[in-house]
Design a protein around this ligand. Structure first.
Ligand code: ADP
Length: 175
């Protein structure tokens, strides 16, 4: 089976990430969204929270889980995960020229660590290009309106984290 892996912090997932996932999924047999748990990075959300929010964000778009998409937490090197899954394709999103520099370096290192692995860079859609998890967190902390940047479950999770008053309706029971 041709498995592609989309690794990232997803701290938290934004519409930009969701867009990449939705655009790539039809081109592969399985897409693993790999939630990184790096020991030397500080995250706002725990790995389990980030994983749950990826699932909820995708369900928000699709109405039900997409069987072809898996969400996993991984603490090691991305290439080690790929080896375990016998996968050879990494998907990353590209927003800006500065993304390009770091993505190219990462792709080259990954190929050295795991010859045969390929990285596919997917251009951000113009409407999501300016969105980053970092900016979303800053804006949420200042109480900004985040509609259009992040799915509703993520907005609620940010409001909970920052103890802000939610104007969003709670999801129906069972969701
Ligand atoms: P990381 O810390 O590994 O960069 P991120 O969660 O910030 O993790 O991003 C994961 C991937 O998604 C990266 O390749 C990043 O460039 C891409 N990405 C982030 N935001 C967007 C966006 N708005 N549109 C397209 N790609 C994006």
């Amino acid at each position: 089976m041709k498995i592609a892996v989309y690794p990232g912090s997803f701290d938290p997932i934004t519409w930009g990430h969701v867009d990449i996932i939705r655009r790539i999924a039809p081109h592969v047999e399985k897409l693993v969204v790999l939630v990184a748990n790096s020991l030397n990075k500080k995250y706002l959300f725990t790995p389990e929270e980030r994983k749950r929010l990826v699932g909820e964000a995708l369900a928000e778009v699709n109405g039900q889980p997409i069987s072809q998409i898996e969400v996993e937490i991984f603490s090691g090197l991305t290439v080690d995960y790929l080896r375990q899954r016998n996968a050879q394709l990494i998907v990353r999103g590209l927003r800006t020229v500065s993304d390009f520099d770091s993505e190219m370096a990462m792709a080259q290192i990954n190929r050295k660590l795991y010859p045969g692995v390929e990285t596919v860079l997917v251009y951000a859609s113009p409407e999501y290009q300016a969105i980053s998890s970092h900016l979303v967190k800053e804006a949420a902390l200042l109480g900004a309106e985040l509609q259009g940047l992040i799915p509703a479950p993520v907005e609620r999770a940010l409001q909970d984290k920052f103890h802000l008053n939610s104007s969003l309706p709670s999801p129906p029971k069972g969701k």
